[in-house]
Design a protein around this ligand. Sequence first.
Ligand SMILES: Nc1ncnc2c1ncn2[C@@H]1O[C@H](COP(=O)(O)OP(=O)(O)OP(=O)(O)O)[C@@H](O)[C@H]1O
Ligand SMILES: Nc1ncnc2c1ncn2[C@@H]1O[C@H](COP(=O)(O)OP(=O)(O)OP(=O)(O)O)[C@@H](O)[C@H]1O
Ligand SMILES: [Mg+2]
Ligand SMILES: [Mg+2]
Lengths: 250, 250
Amino acid sequence: MIYAVANQKGGVGKTTSAVNLAACLADTGAKVLLIDLDPQANASSGLGFRDVTGPTIVDVMLDGAPMSSAVLSTRIPQLDIVPSSPDLSGAAIELPQRDGREYILKQALTEVLPAYEYIFVDCPPSLDLLAINAFAAADRMIIPVQCEYYALEGLSRLMETIRGVRNHLNPGLGLAGLLLTMHDIRTRVSTDVVTEVRRHFPDSVFATVIPRNVRITEAPSYGEPVTRYDPQCAGAQAYIAAAQEVIARG
Amino acid sequence: MIYAVANQKGGVGKTTSAVNLAACLADTGAKVLLIDLDPQANASSGLGFRDVTGPTIVDVMLDGAPMSSAVLSTRIPQLDIVPSSPDLSGAAIELPQRDGREYILKQALTEVLPAYEYIFVDCPPSLDLLAINAFAAADRMIIPVQCEYYALEGLSRLMETIRGVRNHLNPGLGLAGLLLTMHDIRTRVSTDVVTEVRRHFPDSVFATVIPRNVRITEAPSYGEPVTRYDPQCAGAQAYIAAAQEVIARG
Ligand SMILES: Nc1ncnc2c1ncn2[C@@H]1O[C@H](COP(=O)(O)OP(=O)(O)OP(=O)(O)O)[C@@H](O)[C@H]1O
Ligand SMILES: Nc1ncnc2c1ncn2[C@@H]1O[C@H](COP(=O)(O)OP(=O)(O)OP(=O)(O)O)[C@@H](O)[C@H]1O
Ligand SMILES: [Mg+2]
Ligand SMILES: [Mg+2]
């Protein structure tokens, strides 16, 4: 099952959710692959991969390298990663010229698909061709929604884009759910956003809400998911529960 | 003076900084224009403009409409806005085919330039052609840097891009400074990031650090800058001080 973790709004917890959900699912014994499709390569550094010298997703997307050539194992048993690099930002300008430009990721994934039960794709904050490649390849979308006002604004546009992708590129694309993140029980804004999102998308919101939690902010500097850095903290427990929901939503 | 407020990292406070700095400078009596160059149109909604029916930046960038046709006055005297709309996300795919594609914004601005002392451009979280248009048009860059680990990662790449733009597109492009945002005195991560950034970029960091402040999160839902919503709060006071630094850095 391939999940695209996406939202064009920036800083809503896409990378944090992709890294931690992938790690949690690997901890259940399933074989998991995390693909970093963002030129900022935050998912890569969040798992301890900085300045990777070998092949990355850039070689796969721009030069046709096989996906397996870019796969690296992580310190988490059962979790592999395909790292990114800043050179990926050339893709937004180079990809538009190519035939079948929306299906490059989907085609590259066919080679490794049988080896993994779950594949997570961490998307950049855009609706550009990199993001469209992830939507065209995915079976399901997971949409992190930060519990703040600006994050509400782009949701209906994102849903429209998904409908467009389903009609033209990927008829099987489903929505695993909207995952509310950085919820701060002390602020009225958080409560308002949760209410709004549950009202607009009644059947599509994960029951689990990820709290704002400083341990989540600290974990990437150690190159670890929060479920390794501080497994008992509220952030880790929330991602463990969310991963269970991902499995249940199937 | 044209300022591009940019950082490809998402959610670091670009829109919040563009809206509040523009409002603070307008409060000093200067004539200010804010251009929303993000398809999410957060700067527009942050000033109360939702679902705009007339011309937007999309008409200017994609159809050659004059910039003045898209200018609207805001509730803040001296502050005008050119709003955005989700249709701008078509630009990332349409712009690459055009001649002079990097200078479309710069050319469109010549018409309104004499009317404003300050122009702020709120950039999307990317280094795509929309962002490059802003860099090619700007006199100065303002780079918001969230006081969190992931936000540190992309800075050197951003500086490389600015050098590239200066060499090929806009020799006069300067750096007004790095503006540290969402600083939380209770967390070690924040202090570490401030130290790192001041060490890597000794002369380029604003003295003012914007604190994490819940009033800043609330203000957009009222369509107001925090300097109107709650002028005495720590967030508003910090942006007022940062605006003074923008004036002083000239
Ligand atoms: N639940 C949380 N509590 C506290 N901080 C969080 C939480 N989730 C994410 N963060 C922090 O918020 C910032 C933004 O999160 P993240 O980078 O995962 O978002 P993103 O959507 O991937 O951003 P981008 O749009 O740049 O890809 C990061 O510094 C991250 O550590
Ligand atoms: N100093 C602050 N304190 C608390 N919240 C803040 C602060 N600055 C910004 N925010 C909130 O953090 C979120 C991200 O800020 P903002 O949208 O301005 O970032 P951005 O860089 O423009 O995001 P994008 O990459 O999507 O364009 C918003 O919900 C905003 O209200
Ligand atoms: Mg990310
Ligand atoms: Mg913004």
